[in-house]
Design a protein around this ligand. Structure first.
Ligand code: GLV
Ligand code: MN
Ligand code: MN
Length: 399
C-alpha cells in the first residue's frame, strides 16, 4: 500500500511535498491512467463510467459495496486528501482477492470525479447517486468554460454524465476512509474517527459592480470603488459569523479585481463566498445575513451587486449501522475511536441519499489540510485501511 501511495503522490507532485492535481487537469488524468494500469496488473476488473469515475472491481454475485474517495486535489493541496481513501480501498480488494474468500457482495474501489469543486464539486458521486442537476453544470463553481475544457481534456461528454447513475438496489453501501483534516483526533489522542454527519455548505459568486477611473485624479469622495466594497464585505463576513453564528464557518477564498492595475480604481470585484454548518436552518439564517450585508456594502457606495449561487450541499447524517460497523472494526483491531462530524465535504454525502454510507477518519498532523504540509502518520494510514477492511467484511457479512 505504501508503494502505491507514493507512486500516486509522485503524480502532480509539488516541490514542497504536496500535489497539484485539480480535477481533470493533466496531472489528475495521469493519476487516473496510473490507477487503471495498476488495477489491470492486479487482475481486477476496470470500470470507467460516463461521469469519469474510475474503479477497480472484485466481482461477485450480489450488489456492490463501494469503497473509495477521490484522486483530484485542491490547487497546491496535500497528498493524503482523497488519495488515501482510494488507495486503501484498492488494497482492501487486493486483500480479499489474496484470501480467496468469496463474498456475497462485489467490492468496488472508486475514484470519484471532481470531489473538490475545482469544477462543480461532488460531480462524480452526485452523478452516480442520480442527484446531479443540469443547473449545477450551467453555473458551476469553477465557471462553465473551465468545466467544458476539463471534460474535453478528459475525452468526456456532458450528455454522458447522466449514464453514471446507479440503481440503489445495485448498491450494498459506501464506505470512505479519509484524513480528518482537522485537529479533533490528534488532540484527543485517538486513532480512529467514526463520522456521524457531514456539514452542509453553500457557495456564491458575488460581483460588486462600480466604476473604473483614474487612481490619481479621482477624488476619494467621487469614487465607486468595487474593491472597497469587497474589502468591507470580507471583514463583515468574519464579524457576522463570529458574533451571530457560533459553530459555523465562512470563507472568502478568492477575490478578483478588474481591470486590475495600480493606477485604476477597480470597476468590478468578484468574490468567492462559501459557508458551512451542520444545520440547514442555521445555513438559511447565515445566508440571509451575509447576502444582506453584501447588498448594504454595495448600496452604501452606489454599486451594483450580482449574486449567483454556485454550490449547495445539505448537511448529511451518515448511516448508524455503518457507524456501528466502523466502531466495532476499530475495537476488534484494538484501536481507540471516537464519534465526530466532518467539517469538510465528502463524496459520502452524495452517496448517503441512495445507500447506507459511512466514513472513517484518521488523524491529521496539526489538523492541517488543503495544504502541501498535510500529513498523516503512516501507521495511522494503515490503521485506517485495516478498519476499512474490517468494516467492509462486516457489512458484507450482514447480507
Ligand atoms: C472538500 O474538501 C471540501 O470540504 O471543500
Ligand atoms: Mn477529500
Ligand atoms: Mn479536500
Amino acid at each position: 500500500m505504501r508503494a502505491d501511495f507514493d507512486a500516486l503522490a509522485a503524480i502532480g507532485a509539488t516541490p514542497d511535498g504536496g500535489v497539484d492535481r485539480p480535477s481533470l487537469s493533466e496531472a489528475h488524468l495521469a493519476a487516473r491512467a496510473w490507477f487503471l494500469e495498476r488495477v489491470a496488473a492486479a487482475r481486477l476488473e476496470r470500470r470507467v463510467d460516463g461521469a469519469g469515475n474510475h474503479s477497480a472491481v472484485l466481482p461477485a454475485d450480489g450488489p456492490t459495496l463501494l469503497l473509495g474517495s477521490h484522486f483530484d486535489s485542491v490547487p497546491n493541496g496535500g497528498r493524503f486528501d482523497g488519495a488515501l481513501g482510494v488507495i486503501a480501498a484498492l488494497h482492501v480488494l487486493l486483500a480479499v482477492q489474496a484470501s480467496g474468500r468469496a463474498l456475497p457482495v462485489a467490492l468496488e474501489a472508486i475514484d470519484f470525479t471532481d470531489e473538490e469543486g475545482t469544477l462543480v464539486g461532488l460531480l462524480g458521486s452526485e452523478a452516480l447517486a442520480g442527484t446531479l442537476t443540469p443547473e449545477a453544470l450551467l453555473a458551476p463553481r469553477g465557471g462553465r468554460e473551465a468545466l467544458l475544457a476539463g471534460l474535453e481534456r478528459a475525452g468526456m461528454r456532458e450528455e454522458q454524465l447522466w449514464t453514471a447513475r446507479r440503481q440503489p438496489r445495485s448498491l450494498a453501501g459506501y464506505v470512505e476512509l479519509h484524513i480528518e483534516q482537522g485537529p479533533v483526533l490528534e488532540r484527543a489522542g485517538v486513532q480512529i474517527g467514526v463520522v456521524t454527519a457531514i456539514v452542509g455548505a453553500r457557495s456564491f459568486s458575488l460581483v460588486f459592480r462600480g466604476e473604473a477611473g483614474h487612481a490619481g485624479t479621482t477624488p476619494m469622495t467621487a469614487r465607486k470603488d468595487a474593491g472597497l466594497a469587497a474589502a468591507a464585505f470580507i471583514g463583515a463576513v468574519e464579524e457576522i459569523v463570529v458574533r451571530d453564528f457560533p459553530g459555523c464557518v465562512a470563507t472568502v477564498g478568492d477575490v478578483q479585481f478588474e481591470p486590475g492595475a495600480y493606477n485604476v480604481i477597480p470597476r468590478t470585484a468578484r468574490v468567492a463566498l462559501e459557508f458551512r454548518s451542520t444545520d440547514s436552518h442555521t445555513l438559511d439564517g447565515l445566508e440571509v445575513a451575509l447576502l444582506e450585508r453584501a447588498g448594504d456594502e454595495a448600496s452604501r457606495r452606489g454599486l451594483g451587486l450580482d449574486v449567483t449561487p454556485v454550490g449547495r450541499w445539505e448537511p448529511t447524517p451518515l448511516d448508524p449501522g455503518v457507524c456501528d460497523a466502523v466502531e466495532e472494526a476499530a475495537a476488534e483491531l484494538g484501536l481507540t475511536s471516537l464519534r465526530l462530524h466532518s467539517g469538510a465535504g465528502h463524496d459520502a454525502q452524495a452517496l448517503a441519499g441512495v445507500t447506507p454510507a459511512g466514513m472513517i477518519f484518521v488523524p491529521s498532523r496539526g489538523g492541517l489540510s488543503h495544504d502541501p504540509g498535510e500529513l498523516t502518520a503512516w501507521d495511522d494510514c494503515v490503521n485506517g485501511a485495516n478498519v476499512l477492511l474490517g468494516t467492509a467484511l462486516a457489512l458484507a457479512g450482514r447480507r
